[in-house]
Design a protein around this ligand. Structure first.
Ligand code: 5GP
Length: 207
């Protein structure tokens, strides 16, 4: 097997309520060798969320200190709260493990500028109406927060054009299969498998 040691960086974005978290967690439990990057946020935890599993919940002061110390590979303000990807999370890539960053489109854009071999995936809700319903059903968010998320959703949706893949999350099982297939297909890419060896050790000799 000539697969490069370095893992693949997958970046998944979606407007809030597109079902991204469930989808990503399904895929991580089904596909071996891929793990989730846990972000830091200043947002208050929702009832179902756990420290260190969903996020590291920190204060704005702690966040700013980490930011000043260069501990985030990217960060962004989303719906009034701060979110950042700890640089240390990328260590996993060096050990050959694939990593999924579940981040907003601003953060994804920054990552795309720094990692030209990252894989960028946008999760689409079937419609804005469905998105609205999902945001309301989720619970834990105030009416104001829901409205802010909906307002932001349109801006996020406009960004889908530069992503490598789009997965429509209408039926969770199908969307899970699509996302898992993208991961498996990316692992089989010739350029990743052979890297610089194309034309070298593994080159053809028809003479
Ligand atoms: P939520 O509060 O619904 O969990 O997340 C709100 C938004 O912040 C989502 O679009 C989510 O992907 C994004 N987000 C979560 N963690 C990060 C991060 O580390 N960096 C950036 N840029 N966005 C993040």
């Amino acid at each position: 097997m000539v697969r490069e040691e370095r893992g693949i960086l997958f970046v998944v974005s979606a407007p809030s309520g597109a079902g991204k978290t469930t989808l990503v967690r399904n895929v991580i439990s089904q596909v071996p060798g891929v793990s989730l990057s846990v972000s830091c946020t200043t947002r208050t935890p929702r009832p179902s969320e756990h420290e260190g599993v969903d996020y590291f919940f920190i204060t704005p002061e702690e966040f700013n200190a980490m930011e000043r110390a260069g501990k985030f590979i990217e960060w962004a303000k989303v719906h009034g709260d701060l979110y950042g990807t700890p640089r240390a999370n990328l260590e996993k890539l060096r050990h050959g493990e694939d990593l999924v960053l579940e981040i907003d489109t601003q953060g994804a854009k920054r990552i795309s500028e720094a990692f030209d071999d990252g894989v960028f995936i946008f999760i689409l809700p079937p419609s804005l109406e469905v998105l609205k319903g999902r945001l309301k059903d989720r619970g834990g968010d105030s009416e104001g927060a829901i409205q802010a998320r909906l307002h932001n959703a349109q801006k996020e949706l406009d960004q889908k054009v530069w992503y490598d893949y789009i997965v429509v999350n209408e039926k969770i099982e199908e969307a899970t299969r699509a996302l898992a297939s993208i991961i498996l297909a990316e692992r089989c890419k010739t350029t990743r498998l052979l890297g610089e060896k194309i034309g070298g050790t593994y080159g053809a000799d028809n003479g």
